[in-house]
Design a binder for this molecule. Structure first.
Ligand code: PRT
Ligand code: ZN
Length: 298
């Protein structure tokens, strides 16, 4: 494979896989992947996808084998702390938070125990798959708690007698409940993140990466954004922009046969709730249309 091509590491099979490939497709990337192949060949851009385990993604960028990667902030931060403490230093940066892979890295305590806070754990042990993040957090709090590394099934550690508490990823909280664990302090709010190599790349690679990151940004923005059209009293424009967060200056157009009512068009970059539309109606707006957007380039 030619060195002029950019390699992007994404998860081979897991919670981030479909979202990651869909995101890149929405950025215009067309790729082909032979059955059981771990490489996706970009047909219309000099970009190839490497399908790997999520834990390997920061390493691949650190070692400059891939220039970009999509991975949970939890995995990336765990590696970053290790690299920050190494001779080489961390050779990747966090480029963009995405709108999938949301979860929280959270302490949890056995229901049957008397522990309810990390401050109850002085001299005790916490099991986690994220020892660097947890140790840093505990150090910042000045707490003397042991951390033991588990690579999976962390929620079993207390019942196995391996730890008094755990620190693990939570999304719905069902897993904790099933294992009779009570959720405690949140260490990290995580989402999928774009990582990029901080090593010097050729001008053409830099240009493609810049373009791709801009497109990713556009896709993220557009996923929440809506185009809103309405008729409204001329003197309510100020109130309309106050009700619609994240809007730019509205486009105001005259309406035939009236001097007091105008047509207002705005792009709203945040979720538009029914309550917002009801609020608009209350200040005199009518014929309100909310239309999804497909592409946005700011
Ligand atoms: O095989 P590979 O190593 O690539 O995959 P993996 O099994 O390590 O990762 P995967 O696919 O499970 O998760 C990939 C990423 O998704 C994680 O690194 C997080 O950034 C993000 N993510 C979002 C989650 C969750 N939500 C999540 N709920 N990762 C794991 N979980 C697990 C959690 O560890 C616990 O076991 O789900 C359980 C809790 O879920 P709830 O809904 O019961 O609270
Ligand atoms: Zn993993």
């Amino acid at each position: 494979m030619s060195e002029t091509r950019i390699k992007i590491a994404i998860q081979k099979s897991g919670r981030l896989t479909e979202h990651s490939t869909t995101l890149l497709q929405k950025c215009g990337l067309i790729f082909s992947q032979a059955k059981n192949q771990l490489i996706g060949y970009g047909e219309n851009m000099p970009i190839d996808l490497m399908f790997v385990r999520d834990d390997d993604i920061p390493d691949l960028i650190q070692e400059n084998l891939c220039s970009l990667g999509i991975v949970g902030k939890n995995v990336a931060l765990e590696k970053k702390i290790a690299m920050d403490n190494s001779k080489q230093g961390c050779l990747f940066s966090f480029e963009e938070n995405l709108n999938f892979g949301q979860c929280r890295l959270t302490f949890a305590y056995p229901e049957s125990s008397s522990y309810r806070s990390i401050y109850d754990l002085e001299g005790k042990t916490i099991a986690t798959s994220y020892p660097n993040i947890v140790k840093k957090f505990l150090k910042e709090k000045g707490l003397n708690v042991y951390v033991t590394q588990f690579s999976g099934a962390v929620e079993l550690a207390p019942s196995l007698g391996k730890a008094e508490a755990i620190c693990d990823l939570v999304s719905t909280g069902n897993t904790l409940k099933v294992h009779n664990l009570i959720q405690g302090e949140v260490v990290l709010d995580s989402v999928a993140t774009v990582l990029r190599s901080t090593q010097v790349l050729s001008d053409s690679k830099e240009a493609w990466i810049k373009k791709l990151i801009e497109r990713i940004n556009g896709v993220i923005q557009v996923s929440e954004s809506k185009y809103i059209m309405m008729h409204a009293p001329k003197d309510s424009l100020q109130k309309i922009t106050e009700l619609l967060p994240g809007t730019e200056a509205p486009t105001v157009l005259p309406l035939e046969g009236t001097n007091t009512t105008v047509a207002v068009h705005v792009v709203c970059k945040e979720t538009v709730f029914w309550e917002t539309l009801e609020g608009l109606k209350k200040i005199g707006a009518s014929s309100i249309l909310v239309v999804p957007l497909e592409k946005m380039l700011m």
